[in-house]
Design a protein around this ligand. Sequence first.
Ligand code: GLN
Length: 196
Amino acid sequence: MTDPTIGVLALQGDVREHLAALRAAGADPVHVRRPEELDDVAGLVIPGGESTTISKLAVTFGLMDRLRERVSAGMPAYGSCAGMIMLADKILDPRSGQETIGGIDMIVRRNAFGRQNESFEAAVEMAAVEGGPVEGVFIRAPWVESTGAAAETLATFDGHPVAVRQGNLLATAFHPELTGDHRVHALFTQMVRSAH
Ligand code: GLN
């Protein structure tokens, strides 16, 4: 049986780092920029970057509707930071015209940790990831303001959810792709294999 192909949404953000982390986790990832490329993947990573830019480019490139269709049809997706925002059903403080793909019943607050604390690292204990805490790299990160019943909080920091799973969707406010620790990407790769 061949391994299902995982795509990385390559509109903006730290695409290369996610491709490398997926490779290290045993997957063979591809770039996704065009709607046709989305048809060929069994799962999708949405990188960290700038969610307003990713949102605008997804609309411009004709990807937004197809992304929503695939996600609501059950395609596994993992979003880090800006990617977490893209998977949220609602943004508390969206920029004008900013849209999300949605799928996770949660409300996120952008740039939530504030100016004093724009970027920091912290050990984060994450349910579903064995072997001790993951090194959470937070860069102008969102936090999750509230979750609906279907969304499972996998990790919290400062009293706020920072890792959430709902069905085949996974989101982290932090960037495991920047740490050399591939356990979160291994978890997602496993979710894609199980869903296939
Ligand atoms: N602050 C960014 C946003 O709102 C996210 C930052 C990141 O992905 N590191 O999209």
